[in-house]
Design a protein. Sequence first.
Length: 388
Amino acid sequence: MKPFTPLALVLALAAAGPALAQQEVLKIGALVTLSGAGAAWGSGMLHAAELAAEDFNSKGGLEVGGKKYKVEVVAYDDKYQANEAVTVANRLVFEDKVKFIVGPVGSAPVLAIQPITEKNGVIVMTLGFTSKALGPDKPYTFRPNVTTAEVAQPQIEWVVKQRGAKRVGALFPNDETGQQISKDLGDAYAKAGATLAAKEFFERDRVDFVPLITRILAAKVDAIELDGNSPATAGLIIKQARELGFTGLVIRTGGPATQEIINVAGKQAAEGMLVHAPIDPKLPSTAAYAERYAAKYKRPMNGFSPAFYDGTRMVFEAMRAAGTVSDTAKIRTELEKIKGFKGALGESAWSGQAAYGINHQLDAPFYVAEVKDGQEVIRARCTEAGCR
């Protein structure tokens, strides 16, 4: 074998030069909650973006318009606070120069950053449940997860019919998310023939719910609804309600957080809880993602994560179709066209025209599960048309 001379090295690098020069860095932002009550959701979203980036980086990069890009995820903690989200959004848009953001988690944070992201043409994939997040006047914002508005009616009708819930009490955070979910749930229970008989609102940092639960129990409720609460908060509410002697049904109409809730409330307190499940863990594509997630991050996947993995992958596909990573008007148009996307959730597409005036809401199946011995067992399979 001939020795590799300095001249040969120079010639080899020169030959590889054009290929190496073609790979550039594509930064995407993760504006998510990584501390406090919503950290389980935020970390699941961040890891979704990282895994989507890894898909392409492991194969030499994301190829768009004849160039290959190494995808870099730039993450910041918004602490589930609107003012912090604005600070982070400014940093991502004006310092890091990102054109795509995963997050934020909450409704108040997404509404707070939209004046920045919409004006600067930054595509946002938010978890925020508020109906105000989407609309023709916000063409760069998408939501890759179903919300209470999509899931409440079919799920609640199933619960009322199959489990006999009639008088329901609920505790909601006193913010944009809580107010929106309270309205959606009140309407859904009324339409299903039940009533949201008692409601209490609280600040998100509260940990003592005994006075609020006591008032709710005084209204003779047969079920307690937990939708809208962070995993840690929901766990505290269940634990304290059981300690006060409540033996009725616990319902969580939205927000995957079962394992995190059990970690706080205890397995016995959570037994029999009916929860919204955005995924079927037995679906091969979902099971594969969950296994990959657990292997990499050494903990179970949060149920929101597959939606943001698919949403991020959809953006990458839209970039390739548009032939650009910087012209977000073209990318947005290609993103809206995606139908029958095969990802971790199975097959999904964009909908929302009737409800929001724009097809920026993920359309995907969802489920009702019952907690048995610390595990979710699917009891009903649902679409917006109903559960069976």
